[in-house]
Design a protein around this ligand. Structure first.
Ligand SMILES: CCCCC/C=C\C/C=C\C/C=C\C/C=C\CCCC(=O)SCCNC(=O)CCNC(=O)[C@H](O)C(C)(C)COP(=O)(O)OP(=O)(O)OC[C@H]1O[C@@H](n2cnc3c(N)ncnc32)[C@H](O)[C@@H]1OP(=O)(O)O
Length: 219
């Protein structure tokens, strides 16, 4: 397991009348080959780049040089753009965080209807201040992995209705942390999800969230 459990029935078909606009679709794709065998390294290099940008203090001359090179990179990326529904990002279950560059990198160690366990490592670019993670990035990790616990429970897509994170102690950067999420209670389409984030035995943060399973065809 890396970005999501493999032994699960993913790729549920959308109903004929599934709307194509607004929010998540009631369907989703999982892949292991979209974007090719080097896609994981491609994302990892961008993360490393962001780590360096976060701490860079360029001279004006070096900033000009890098800006010129970035313009060339961006022009190259313009030649490979696809729409949201065809990008590998978020679908590659063989990669950390399903290859989604916007998520803190995590690897799923266990996942199913009972919940999800993952190892997550906040990067240097997730800095909030004073050497520890920004609380918003902690919430992003909980949202995605809480959403995954809900998705695995209902075998479909669920959307966050509310998400409360209690920050119990500081969350370190560049340290493997254990994040767990599980559906504590289900009431029809309502999934009450709990979660914890630990460094070893120390609780960094916990989660209390409500996810709503989408109705067939819901935008
Ligand atoms: C999604 C994955 C895509 C890619 C997948 C690829 C691979 C798959 C692998 C794994 C999947 C892994 C991870 C999943 C990833 C991410 C998860 C992130 C999810 C998000 O980041 S998502 C963005 C933020 N999210 C929104 O943008 C929501 C905006 N909003 C709405 O879209 C509606 O608001 C909605 C749909 C929430 C409900 O609307 P609705 O019309 O369907 O239902 P309704 O309003 O009737 O509520 C039904 C019952 O919930 C109660 N209820 C509702 N809201 C409540 C609240 N806040 N507090 C307390 N109770 C609440 C009502 O009171 C009623 O309760 P009752 O039935 O008892 O009366």
């Amino acid at each position: 397991m890396t970005g999501a459990p493999r032994d699960t029935k993913w790729n549920p078909p959308a109903p004929e009348d599934s709307p194509q606009g607004g929010g998540f679709r009631a369907e989703f794709d999982v892949t292991t080959d979209r974007g090719g065998p080097r896609y994981g390294e491609f994302v990892e290099q961008v993360r490393t780049f962001m780590d360096k940008v976060r701490y860079a203090c360029p001279t004006p001359e070096l900033a000009d040089e890098v800006i010129e090179e970035l313009k060339q990179f961006n022009a190259k990326l313009d030649t490979m753009l696809v729409d949201e529904w065809h990008t590998p990002s978020g679908t590659r279950i063989d990669l950390p965080s399903r290859g989604n560059i916007t998520l803190p990198p995590y690897e799923i160690t266990d996942g199913g209807e009972d919940g999800v366990s993952a190892t997550v490592e906040f990067r240097r670019f997730h800095l909030g201040g004073n050497g520890v993670a920004h609380g918003g990035h902690v919430a992003v990790a909980f949202d995605d992995l809480g959403g995954m616990a809900a998705a695995l429970n209902v075998h479909g897509v669920a959307r966050t209705a509310y998400l409360t994170v209690n920050y119990r102690s500081l969350t370190p950067l560049e340290t493997p942390l254990t994040l767990k999420t599980w559906v504590e209670r289900r009431d029809g389409r309502k999934l009450f999800v709990k979660g914890t984030l630990h460094e070893g035995d120390r609780l960094c943060a916990d989660l209390d969230a409500l996810f709503i399973a989408l109705r067939p065809g819901q935008a």
